[in-house]
Design a binder for this molecule. Structure first.
Ligand code: AMP
Ligand code: ZN
Length: 468
């Protein structure tokens, strides 16, 4: 097998992927700011990250995936104030919605979802060290800033050259979000201001709250170590967020934060970034309400190369739906093979298709030719349908299931349409019972399903079922 090659934003080229620890990968992906429902632009990035993690696991890596939840920043505070409720009550609603959305889209859960408000101590520790080293400074109002002129590598990721800054041109910014072409000393700790209401922490660096960037540095290093393998996000994270993460982390630990910085392109609408602020967004719920199947949405977002902008339209989802329908028809056709013995070499077709599928993904997750290899497999098998026997059914369906370990869109196509709602409900209840460690109830449900001829299998990716 070839080696995995991935485009590193840091070096602006494709590189052979080498891990810090043999066989293990630590990956950090910037998670949602829980001030509203995520839109499908955000979900494009999360689905790309899911593809990446699934593929790393598929080729044998033991992956630890960490995704943060930003539950304190300017936007969450503003939102909770507008609704006149506690910050934690406000963010809880959107955190819950986020987890529902990723489950609906069959995104494999990360190993850890650290929340910013639960890691203030870790952030304060970093800030203290940066103050001691003279890289951070406190202003009169008690806020603490990172001095970008003290960090010589500033700009390495985004290409900005701080030497080009005229004296005094940099200024300071206390907001979490600021202009993409205006590098400035950024805030690490925001001193308390009455607008923050009851959102503050009394800490060794003062009364206040953290800036957004320090949240990710503290949480990634806590769960993955000072240096880990991969850091992901959408391209809008490159500057300032990731540039700032790199600066404050290395200034703190003396080590590089991550070896590979991997960014996905935008989901656009009419060639403009889908964004809350532009009002040109769809949430997952908007699309489900219109009757689209979640897997058609997932397929739409996963099937374009992650570094290529993708223009969103409902037409795109309709095309994906018809692609999934064709795969479904193929599965049904294969299940209905009548002959006993196969008269062609199915193994050979499968091996070649599998190699093409994997080799393309090894090349910077080149999804289009990988999927093309899969459809070529369907075409070849279909063209030899009359030569197929029952002894090939499992092999053929097995290959689709194998591809789906990475793509994650086809599982429902195997399900019997007549499977009644009650069974699906029971599977959900069992998952819930297991989450609550109520194993007695979980076993009862398993046995009940067994009596209906449904066998459950618990896999890394979740529970799957088969008819006996
Ligand atoms: P946020 O909650 O704004 O921090 O965004 C969460 C993730 O979604 C980040 O990785 C962003 O880069 C990503 N993101 C935001 N808008 C889009 C978009 N239109 N297309 C793709 N990714 C996006
Ligand atoms: Zn982040």
């Amino acid at each position: 097998m070839r080696e995995l090659v991935i485009y590193n934003t840091l070096t602006k080229k494709k590189e052979i992927f080498k891990t810090i620890n043999p066989g293990k990968v630590g990956i950090y992906t910037c998670g949602p700011t829980v001030y509203n429902f995520v839109h499908i632009g955000n979900l494009r990035t999360f689905i790309f990250e899911d593809l990446f993690v699934r593929f790393l696991r598929y080729i044998g890596y033991d992956v630890t995936h960490v995704m943060n939840i930003t539950d304190v920043d300017d936007k969450t505070i503003r939102g909770s104030k507008n609704e006149n409720i506690k910050l934690s009550d406000y963010t809880y609603k959107y955190k819950k919605a986020f987890f529902e959305d990723i489950e609906t889209l069959n995104i494999v859960k990360a190993n850890y979802y650290p929340e910013a408000t639960k890691h203030i101590k870790e952030m304060v520790n970093i800030i203290k060290t940066l103050l001691e080293k003279g890289i951070a400074y406190k202003t009169e109002d008690g806020s603490i800033y990172f001095s970008i002129s003290k960090f010589k590598e500033y700009g390495k990721l985004s290409g900005f050259n701080p030497d080009e800054l005229k004296d005094g041109a940099s200024g300071r910014v206390k907001l979490d979000e600021y202009s993409k072409d205006q590098p400035v000393d950024f805030v690490l700790w925001k001193s308390y201001n009455e607008d923050d209401g009851d959102v503050f922490w009394e800490t060794e660096v003062g009364k206040g709250r953290p800036g957004w960037h320090i949240e990710c540095s503290a949480m990634s290093m806590k769960y993955l170590g000072d240096t880990f393998d991969i850091h992901c996000g959408g391209i809008d994270n490159i500057f300032p967020h990731h540039e700032n993460e790199i600066a404050q982390s290395k200034a703190y630990s003396g080590k590089d934060l991550a070896n590979y910085w991997v960014h996905s392109a935008f989901l656009n609408v009419n060639n403009e970034k889908m964004a809350k602020s532009k009002g040109n967004f769809y949430t997952l719920r908007d699309l489900l309400d219109k009757g689209y199947h979640p897997m058609a949405i997932r397929y739409s977002l996963i099937s374009t190369h992650y570094r290529q902008p993708l223009n969103f339209s409902e037409e795109l989802i309709k095309q994906s739906q018809s692609t999934l329908n064709r795969i479904k028809e193929f599965i049904v056709r294969i299940k209905s093979i009548k002959k006993d013995k196969t008269e062609i070499n199915v193994d050979d077709i499968i091996i070649k298709s599998k190699n093409a599928f994997v080799e393309n993904l090894l090349d910077d997750l080149n999804i289009s030719p990988a999927l093309a290899a899969f459809f070529e497999f369907i075409r070849k098998i279909n063209s030899k349908y009359d030569d197929l026997g029952k002894d090939s059914i499992e092999k053929i369906l097995g290959f689709i299931k194998e591809v789906d370990k990475v793509i994650g869109c086809f599982d429902h196509l195997f399900k019997d349409e007549n499977l009644d709602k009650e069974i699906e409900q029971l599977i959900k209840e069992r998952e819930e019972a297991r989450r609550n460690k109520d194993f007695k109830k979980a076993d009862e449900i398993r046995n009940k399903l067994l009596s209906k001829g449904i066998i459950l299998k618990d896999t890394k990716e979740g529970t799957i079922w088969e008819k006996i």
